[in-house]
Design a protein. Structure first.
Length: 89
């Protein structure tokens, strides 16, 4: 494979930090609009997939995720529960 540009990871971390700010703004300031348009499931699906990707590759630090900490903990708890259910089957 080819080598990545030396600043690739720094750029990806900056990009994903900015994406998180968009998610946080949407959840904090526009969630009622999302609900009014039946978009909660879609927003949650997108955010969870983004979140687990970011966690996998350590692209946003914990302090950067603090504005949605309670929501993130809820999603992660549900994910852990689903993983346990799959492991026991």
């Amino acid at each position: 494979g080819e080598n990545w540009h030396p600043h690739f990871m720094a750029c990806m971390k900056k990009l994903h930090t900015r994406l998180f700010r968009i998610y946080a703004h949407t959840y904090i300031h526009h969630f009622q609009d999302v609900l009014d348009h039946d978009g909660e499931a879609h927003l949650n699906w997108m955010f969870k997939h983004w979140l687990f990707f970011v966690r996998e590759f350590d692209l946003v630090d914990e302090a950067g995720l603090r504005p949605l900490k309670a929501l993130i903990e809820l999603f992660e708890k549900r994910q852990e529960k689903n993983e346990v259910e799959y492991d026991t089957e």
